[in-house]
Design a protein around this ligand. Structure first.
Ligand SMILES: [Zn+2]
Length: 222
């Protein structure tokens, strides 16, 4: 069993093994460089929070940990999952076992680093909801804002393939969730997005009433 190293930085406490030492520094730098934009968006006063980020050496190990946290069978964890966020904990797959995921042929370090920022944004959403004493938002907006602020979709062509019920209740409508988020921020305001994030039922009504318009939207560069 490899020895677990714990290192505390400004925004995170990393747990990892020696082989991932350089990777952890790089991931931490990436979070440091991009965190202000996220904190500015949510206008959080306290910026001294630290997520606990655990780096898993293998896809098999992260699947087991995620399945325990979600109380589901490990075989139900999707092959593309490399990160997971739950309250103040983030699980993340080491780049060393990226080969066990569908991303193996297009190993792009920037995309990989955007994914840890995506997971970190979920952590900050949790802090925002706590500060505003709100219950959990709809998945569409939580996943939408994580993609939007991590710039994962900035240059992508978005293909839409999920229907309204999948968008509201499913687990995979990431493209639609991103587009809904962008639609609200571009056509209304950041403030209105945050209002919908805080109010689950209002968000569901909004998506029900606007999904046809959103589907017509073309992806534009921000
Ligand atoms: Zn996510």
């Amino acid at each position: 069993m490899d020895k677990i190293i714990i290192t505390e930085y400004d925004h995170a406490i990393f747990k990892y093994t020696n082989e991932d030492s350089n990777l952890v520094k790089e991931l931490n730098d990436y979070i440091d460089e991009n965190i202000d934009e996220v904190y500015d968006f949510f206008e959080l006063k306290n910026r001294n929070n630290k997520a606990i980020i655990e780096i898993f050496p293998t896809k098999e190990e992260i699947d087991i940990a995620v399945s325990k946290a979600k109380e589901v069978d490990a075989s139900s964890i999707p092959n593309w999952l490399i990160g997971f966020s739950c309250s103040d904990k983030i699980y993340f797959l080491s780049l060393r076992d990226y080969k066990s995921t569908p991303y193996k042929d297009k190993t792009d370090l920037l995309e990989y680093k955007k994914t840890i920022l995506h997971e970190y944004i979920h952590y900050i959403v949790g802090l925002y909801l706590l500060e505003n004493k709100c219950s959990y938002p709809i998945r569409a907006l939580n996943e939408g804002i994580a993609q939007y602020l991590s710039h994962q979709r900035d240059k992508n062509i978005i293909t839409l393939k999920h229907d309204l019920s999948e968008v509201l209740e499913g687990n995979t409508a990431y493209s639609e969730w991103y587009l809904i988020t962008k639609y609200i921020i571009d056509n209304y305001s950041k403030e209105y997005f945050l209002e919908l994030l805080r109010n689950r039922n209002e968000a569901i009504d909004f998506i029900n009433n606007n999904f046809d318009n959103i589907k017509d939207m073309k992806q534009v560069k921000r």
